[in-house]
Every structure is written in structure tokens, then in C-alpha cells.
Design a protein around this ligand. Structure first.
Ligand code: ZN
Length: 188
């Protein structure tokens, strides 16, 4: 995903940002903040791109996949606090491809395009996990802004971007609450 974001930034560098009037949920995050949010982050799992190359103006959350492909990381600002979630990713590569919708951004994929992301509920001693079908590259922010069109959504919506960003952050907020992760880890 970060590859895509950097490319978008390059493409828009000399143009006005058409989204500047939208409510910006995510401010630029520093490497130090990332280390605070994910103290156990292994070097292998770090973002493959420098944070200075990220176009924060088009992000509701920062999401990336570990190079090995089996882990996903999400950072979002809710109520002026940064929250981080570590997720396990299982790509739906078996069986017949079917229509799937991302639970967070509602992008509909006719074939493969989502993956099952799961995380362990805090306080459950590893016994309880919650999973969501999400865009497999955690690029929901780009999809609701039509900044990636491959594949386009199977069911286009007529709702505006404000509605989509509010719905996206509400879905992530709910997910964080179900994980009992609203207080951990977070930084102000
Ligand atoms: Zn999505």
C-alpha cells in the first residue's frame, strides 16, 4: 500500500489536493510514535517506505502489510489518540472466488481482493479472536477516494466521501472496542 501512496504523492505534488476540505483524521505519524504504538515491532515488519514519503492527506488510517505477508498493521487517530492494531492476515486463496465486501470501507470485490484479518481480544489470554474481511492491502482510504481502481468496486455507491470516511472510522472504532483494545496500546 505504501508503494501506492508514495506514487500518489508524486503524482499530486504540483496539483492542489482535492481532499483538503475533508476532515483529516490522521496527522503525520513519526517513527518514534510508531515504535511506541508497536514496541514489539520486528525490524522485518517495519514499513517498507520512509514515513516522509507517505501522503497523509488521503489517509483515514495508516495500514501496511509485513513483507512476509502474514501480518497487517493499522494505526488510526480516534478522539485525538493514536491506536494501533496488529492483525494476522489470511488470504482467501482456496476455493471458488466469490463476491466479498470489505467490512471497513464497503469496497465490493467480485473475485479475490479481501483477506481475513484477525486479532486477539485483549484480556482473553489468547482464547478469543475477532476477524474481519478487509481490503487485502489495507488500502481502504485510497479505495473510498477512488485513488486505486484495480479492481473497481462491484457495487458503486452514491454516498459522498464524508459519509464514507465517517463510516470507515466508525467501523474501526467498533473493531477496536470489540478487541477490548481502546486503552491499549495507545498514545496521545
Ligand atoms: Zn477496505
Amino acid at each position: 500500500m505504501l508503494d501506492i501512496i508514495v506514487k500518489i504523492r508524486e503524482g499530486h505534488e504540483h496539483e492542489s489536493n482535492p481532499y483538503h476540505l475533508d476532515r483529516i483524521i490522521l496527522q503525520a505519524i513519526s517513527a518514534k510514535e510508531l515504535r511506541t504504538i508497536f514496541p514489539d515491532l520486528r525490524k522485518d515488519d517495519l514499513l517498507g517506505q520512509p514515513l516522509s514519503g507517505v501522503d497523509w492527506d488521503v489517509l483515514d488510517y495508516l495500514g501496511w502489510i509485513s513483507p512476509a505477508g502474514h501480518k497487517g498493521f493499522v494505526v488510526i487517530n480516534l478522539d485525538d489518540r493514536l491506536h494501533g492494531i496488529t492483525l494476522r492476515r489470511a488470504i482467501n486463496s482456496f476455493g471458488k472466488p466469490k463476491t466479498q465486501m470489505c467490512s471497513w470501507c464497503h469496497h465490493v470485490y467480485r473475485g479475490r481482493g479481501t483477506a481475513l484479518f484477525t486479532s486477539t481480544v485483549i484480556g482473553s489470554q489468547g482464547r478469543k479472536s475477532i476477524g474481519h474481511q478487509l481490503c487485502m492491502n489495507l488500502d481502504c482510504s485510497l479505495r473510498i477516494r477512488n485513488l486505486v481502481s484495480d479492481p473497481p468496486t462491484y457495487l458503486p455507491e452514491t454516498v459522498d466521501l464524508h459519509y464514507k470516511t465517517a463510516r470507515l472510522s466508525a467501523a474501526i472504532r467498533k473493531f477496536i472496542h470489540r478487541l477490548n483494545a481502546q486503552n491499549f496500546p495507545q498514545i496521545i
